[in-house]
Design a binder for this molecule. Sequence first.
Ligand SMILES: Nc1ncnc2c1ncn2[C@@H]1O[C@H](COP(=O)(O)OP(=O)(O)OP(=O)(O)O)[C@@H](O)[C@H]1O
Ligand SMILES: [Mg+2]
Length: 257
Amino acid sequence: MMPSAAVTPESLVGVTGEPLIRLQGVSGGYNGKAVLHEVSLAVRRGELVGIVGQNGAGKSTLLKILLGLLTPMSGTMEMFGRRIRDAGDRAWMQKRIGYLAQIQEPPAIPVTVADTVLLGRWGRSFAGLRRPGAADREVVRRHLELTGIAELAKRDLRSLSGGQRQRAALARALAREPELLLMDEPTTYLDKHARNDLMRRILDIHSESGITMLLVTHVELPGREFDRVLHLDEGLLDRADRTDRTDRTASDEGGAP
Ligand SMILES: Nc1ncnc2c1ncn2[C@@H]1O[C@H](COP(=O)(O)OP(=O)(O)OP(=O)(O)O)[C@@H](O)[C@H]1O
Ligand SMILES: [Mg+2]
């Protein structure tokens, strides 16, 4: 991995209150065909934002752009106060982002739950010849605990239930100790009980950690619990039922244009 520019989390203190995500007029898609049309979005530090949209609306595409896996066809993108233009910028921002993918591919070989969570730190605190250390193991332990799967640490990931596997995926994303957590349909494919349980955990972790979170889904969200819920329809982003929460100071100003 490329060495990143000398910007530490400490040097980002000055951008507190500034948007962590700022997209302006961003279009994006595949093979020259846009599926997102001039999306503008600002998410401030500490916010919990939901985006709801039907199958094919472009939710995963939006997350791929935010993750730097897909380059916008037009528009401007700023993440953590820095304009994202090239591979160096993308590598820089990827260190700060945790990601829970829509589909968790079961691994082909046996891997313990603890090791899969440890992998969340790949590229953050260890990579290549730099091996994980005691501090990494401690971060893993803490996040297994936080997501309620400490007792599953030594189990083979493939033997877990769907809900347990999603919790492991959440633990892995959080083990990165990200400033921003992107979640793609984290609860969609779970039964009602597991869905409610995971949503509760996400909400609790948000209010305890203050990590900025963006969650996309095509199923209903507990809107009152979110700072904002936006609607994505055929690649166009709109404000949905804005919830007026006054008990969060960091997020009051957040608003999509
Ligand atoms: N790699 C790709 N190549 C070409 N087209 C793609 C690719 N990935 C997605 N698309 C198309 O882009 C559009 C948006 O897809 P996307 O996966 O972003 O939707 P989504 O809102 O996440 O849907 P879902 O709710 O099913 O997850 C769809 O029409 C899809 O077919
Ligand atoms: Mg999707």
